[in-house]
Each structure stands twice: as C-alpha cells, then as structure tokens.
Write a protein that binds this ligand. Sequence first.
Ligand code: CDV
Length: 309
Amino acid sequence: MREIVVAAAQMGGIQKAETREEVVLRMIDLMDAAHEAGANFIVYPELSLTTFFCRYYMENESESDVWFETEMPNPRTAPLFARAKGYGMSMSFGYAELTKDGQHFNTSIQVDGDGNIVGKYRKTHLPGHSEFDENRAFQHLEKRYFEPGDTGFPVYRTLGGLFGMCICNDRRWPETYRVMGLQGVEMVTLGYNTPAVNAEKPSEGPQARLFHNRLVLQSGAYQNSTWVVAVAKAGDEDGYPLIAGTMIVDPDGRVVAETQTQGDEIVVHACDLDETRFGKATIFDFARHRRVEHYTRIVEQTGVIEPAE
Ligand code: CDV
C-alpha cells in the first residue's frame, strides 16, 4: 500500500480587486483544513493566485504582465510555502509565469514537503483566441496572453510514486493522459477555470459543462489506470460564473470524492497508488496490447483529413 492523503482545494471566484496577499490567505486557510483532515498533498486550481484575467481584452499585451509572477516562490507566496513546509505537506498550484526571457506561460508546479519544486508543467492546449472577438458572449484570450507550453507532459517521482500535471483544457485531450500513461503515471493533478456557459454557444450551460468535465476525467483515469485529481476555481468572478465539480477519480474511473459548493472547499481522499497496478498489468498493459503501427496519424497529422470522395 502506498497511500497519499490528497486534498483537492477548490477555490471560489477571485475578484479582480483581490490582492495576491488576500488570495494566499485563503489558500492557507484551505491548507490548514487539509492538514486538520490528515492530508499530505494539497492541489489548488489553475491560475490560483488571481482572477481568470484572460476574459479581459488588453490592447497592449504587456498590460497583462501585472497578472504574472516573475519568480516562484516570491514574497507574496512565501507565506504559503512556509505553511506547507511547516506541515511537511506537498502542494500543487497554478499561476501565470513570466520568464526571464520574457516568455509567458500558464504554469503549474508541484512542491514537495521540504519546499522543493519537484515538478513544473506549462499548459499545452491553449483554448480561445488572440484577438478581440465580438461574436463571443465574453472573451477567452489565452492565445493572446500565453505561449503554448514547452515542457511536454513530464512525469516525475515524488511522494513515493509517479506524478504528472496538466491544466484545464488539457484534460479534454486523450493524448494528455496517454503521454503520461506511457511514463507510468500514477496520479495526474490538474486545475481548471471553466466558464459555466459556452461563450460561443449560450445554450450550453453548466449542466453540459459539468457533464463534459466528469466525462473526460473519468475516461482519462480509467484508460490509463491512474488517479486523477481535478480542482476548480468556481463560482462568480466579477459576474462571470465558473463551474465547480472538483473531484478525485480512482484508477478504475470512479469518482471517490467531489465538492458540493461553488466556493472555497476541500475534499479529502486517501489514495493508494498501488490501486493503479491492476489496470496497468491487465487491460491497459500498454506493452502487450497497443498497436502503434496504426497510430501514426496521431503524431503525423494535426487537423482532420477526410478520405477522398
Ligand atoms: N481555462 C480553460 O482552459 N478553459 C477551457 C474553456 C475555455 C473551455 C476549458 O477547457 O475548460
């Protein structure tokens, strides 16, 4: 048995006017509750430190730099790192990263119980658009403010197991999980900011959005026999609703814990990494059953090419 007690730390909306210091205090409150509940790993959402600023069009892209972190940890997040280290708790959270070379990434890190960054992931699948789009109910300018990540999907060893991360839209792509599955991943953690309504299809509301969220998390977990911990930033952000639906999914694809509210809330589950073994050794024993000779299109082709008439 290799048990990790995981806290999925959903956060309610972060308003534009909220400071990083105020948000970090909220994160520390969630961490205190997680510690109280016996957790040794806490997972926070995508862009945990700020509002989802990609809904705001900024003419001059450098205006958006105010939402980015140029180092991690930094003075504003130091209290969070200190509390985690005090508890010996591992943590994962997302933030907007501005590198020394001026690159902008939508990033997540995992920090171990001693305060070392043991995993870093930069979002691969950036949804949305790069110019103002008057046909949308609201903007989703991730392609304007971020570059596609350059990390790929690394799997790393920590907490006695094999861990990987992805971010929000990545969770909808089977390739995300499979690339990590092929490295033996035992727990995938991810955060998300998913609007409760589709900006391009107003009839697609929260019910459908929550259904798709559940569908992709369960299938990603099952098809790769891995734990998946998915954490929302939820509820109202300055009048823009985000879905909740934070959940922990076991390697059989079953939801074992999920939040009930739209606000700051933790759900905790003891996850045994050894539960990943059965699926990896049987129906999803990749070495025995995969037929890569038929998969070349997946890496050689990006868009759809229909057969000739
Ligand atoms: N932050 C995101 O990546 N959001 C997307 C929305 C735009 C669909 C998502 O996949 O949830």
